[in-house]
Write a protein that binds this ligand. Sequence first.
Ligand code: GRF
Length: 183
Amino acid sequence: MCYNIAVLLSGNGSNLKAIIDKGIKVSFVASNNPKALGLKIAKNENIPIYSCNNISDLEEEVLKLIIKYDVKLLVLAGYMKLLSKYFVKSLPLKFIVNIHPSLLPKYKGMNAIKQALEDCAQYTGVTIHYVDEGMDSGSIIKQEIIKINEIDTLETLKHRLQLIEHRLYSDTIKSILIRNLQN
Ligand code: GRF
């Protein structure tokens, strides 16, 4: 896949790993959390990394790196901060994608899996969406639904959802890149 993506993350980076394993070229990985495990994954793969816990400095650098590496798609993979309006407006429409562990518009924001369990929801799922200036509010690209079992705990449900995420995110990113390549 010759189109470059960049990944923004704050934590474990299991989605980053799944994306790399699918053969998608990652130009750089940036984080607001210098201790994010996802940065170590990137480093082990010889992918350039950048971290800074000052959000406006981080955003400024990411905008520069996007130009430097000719990035075609910015992928949020567990990035736990809301992007500034300035940052979002600086990039083309449909340039940033995110993955969220619920069937948006239900259970936006933090602790989406816990919210579903506490709500005694029968179903939940995974949503991949474009990022706009709001919180988990951009247009939906893809969703996959699962039934919440009575025996599900936060841990088991998170695990079941992550298995879906790892397949669905990389497949969807590939489809977007191929579609963009054809246009
Ligand atoms: C995922 O559950 C994703 O839906 C949410 O943050 C989590 C990131 O997990 N946005 P990981 O860091 O990729 O393991």
